[in-house]
Design a protein around this ligand. Structure first.
Ligand code: HXC
Length: 514
């Protein structure tokens, strides 16, 4: 056969396979407001940059009449491409082909691109739209997921792994994302659960919709499984590109450096924080007053909002921010906010991103609920993460730093490299009201006018402890600075920390309070 005919044949074969589950299934997919797997890949990647592999892979299942079924590409597309000219590996499950379910060849395609990503040290983006393990393939599909989970784990901390949930994802299709660094969800489209509504109805007899069980809002606001919430797929892809602009492609390389830009004048930090320590304010505006162009890219914005984490740039280079949020629960540390901060600190540490901590919190949240939910174990994760992190760590105490909160939030004692305090800082074992009631109880209860005595003792306590100078006198903080000096001081500290090197005691790995 002449080569031209062979080329024609190849083109025809390609077209046929690229139709995935066929016209009807694609129409169904579109009716749900979803793009096809191929459209998704092409929308995320730079134009004309996609190189596909394993297009002609076929499944090898024989049971349950599977030998009579053709599953194009075995329900997943894999390849390499670029985003903003940076190379990435990508896969997208195709729900139009057997519900994107994962059989052994489907898994082999995914693990092939995962191996490639690790070998070449490129970010991996996985678009998940799958009913989970392909039921007809039994243990072979389970084995496939095991292979994926193993690779997710060994790649962790070496290359960024990004998961996008773009359909009803069940079982393994959500456990793999849970092992990755960042999970993106889209309103009305993403659903994540281990067992779907049908199984729940059969086993427990409860009826619940997919949306209520594990929709995008549930995963962003309640469980913390998702890191980024998008209104639609296009918005989601833009958010992925923004994230990639902040993070390095692997643990050996630095993030891309951008031209430095001053923060916008409307975010003058001195005007953002109220003098009265009981008044709330949005810590994100302080961050915006410190970072280049006031551009702060928040992570897990909708979950555990008493803690704010995310990326910004200082002098064009990426910095990770870990900050209490006085707007929500006065910025306390609790079970969820501890998990949120600890994981992010470890992410920044793995990828050599300096950490800036802004402190304003009354301590750990007291209460039976928190104690029983394991605030000891979860809170300890923050202590562990800060102590273990060897990247440059700079801490600024903005207002309150009480009790365990003072120690946990990047204190000198957990080896912050630089610690500063604003003149508004209050550093003590606990807040003045609570402290006075405890240590001056006798004087207050036996006084002629207990309320007057209480106020006087609170005032005495405030004068003694509710300031940064006791800590400054001990050298626990390096300097008391004016709010407007903060950006300059941070830029300097990050600059002089570039050669930081720390050697830890020899060990296989630590045992964090997971
Ligand atoms: C084989 C599957 C499948 C699966 C869906 N399909 N899930 N085929 N194995 N796991 C097929 C359907 O048979 C159907 O094929 C097509 O995909 C579309 O599915 P629908 O049910 O019509 O779609 P929808 O109504 O949107 O519901 C989607 C769904 C539901 C919620 C995902 O299909 C579902 O509950 N599937 C099973 C989920 C599950 O329990 N998976 C196993 C998890 S255990 P046709 O031919 O009709 O188009 C697991 C093990 C790993 O993953 C655990 C790791 C810890």
């Amino acid at each position: 056969m002449p080569l031209k005919r062979k080329i024609q044949e190849l083109k025809k074969k390609r077209e046929e396979v690229q139709m995935g589950g066929g016209e009807k299934a694609i129409e169904k997919q579109m009716a749900m407001g979803k793009l096809t797997a191929r459209e998704r890949i092409l929308s995320i990647l730079d134009e004309d940059s996609f190189n596909e592999y394993d297009l002609f892979v076929e499944h090898d299942a024989r049971d349950f009449n599977m030998d009579k079924k053709k599953l194009h590409g075995d329900g997943v597309i894999i390849g390499t491409g670029t985003i903003d000219y940076c190379p990435v590996c990508i896969f997208a499950q195709d729900f139009t082909v057997a519900g994107g379910s994962l059989g052994s060849m489907h898994a082999r395609k995914i693990t092939k691109i995962m191996d490639h990503a690790l070998k070449m040290k490129m970010p991996l983006i996985g678009i998940n739209d799958s009913g989970g393990a392909r039921i007809q393939e039994g243990v072979n599909s389970l084995a496939g997921y095991g292979e994926i989970f193993f690779r997710n784990t060994i790649s962790s901390g070496v290359i960024p792994q990004i998961s996008v949930i773009l359909g009803p994802c069940a079982g393994g299709a959500v456990y793999s994302p849970a092992l990755t660094d960042f999970v993106f969800v889209v309103d009305n489209i993403s659903k994540m659960f281990i067992t779907g509504p049908e199984v729940i109805k059969t086993v427990i007899g409860e009826e619940i919709s997919m949306e209520e069980l594990g929709g995008a809002r549930v995963q962003s606001e309640m469980t913390g499984n998702a890191h980024f919430f998008a209104e639609n797929e296009k918005d989601c892809f833009e958010q992925i590109k923004s994230l990639l602009s902040f993070i390095p492609p692997n643990n050996d390389k630095k993030s891309k450096v951008y031209a430095p830009k001053d923060p916008k004048p409307e975010f003058k930090v001195e005007n953002i924080v109220p003098g009265d320590p009981t008044q709330p304010y949005d810590i994100r505006n302080v961050i915006r007053g410190l970072v280049d162009n006031s551009d702060f890219f928040e992570v897990q914005e909708l979950w555990a909002s008493n803690m704010v984490i995310g990326f910004g740039r200082m002098n064009g280079e990426t910095v990770g921010f870990v900050c209490n949020q006085p707007l929500v629960l006065a910025g306390v540390l609790d079970v969820d906010s501890s998990d949120k901060a600890a994981r992010f600190i470890r992410y920044c540490d793995s990828f050599n991103i300096p950490i800036v901590t802004l402190v304003d919190l009354p301590g750990y949240l007291p209460g039976v609920d928190q104690e029983h939910a394991g605030v000891i174990r979860h809170g300890a994760k923050v202590l562990y993460a800060y102590s273990e992190a060897t990247v440059p760590k700079v801490t600024v105490i903005v207002r309150k730093a009480y009790g365990g909160g003072y120690i946990a939030m990047g204190s000198r004692h957990l080896r912050a490299d630089f610690v500063f305090a604003w003149p508004s800082a209050e550093i003590a074992v606990m807040g003045p009201e609570g402290a006075a009631n405890i240590i001056f109880r006798k004087e207050i209860t036996t006084a002629e006018d207990p309320e007057k005595m209480r106020k006087q003792k609170v005032k005495e306590y405030k004068e003694k402890f509710a300031n940064p100078y006791v800590a400054a006198a001990k050298g626990y903080i390096d300097s008391v600075i004016e709010p407007e000096e903060t950006r300059k001081v941070l830029l300097h500290c990050i600059d002089v920390s570039k050669q930081k090197q720390i050697s830890m005691p020899r060990k296989k790995h630590g045992i964090p309070p997971f």
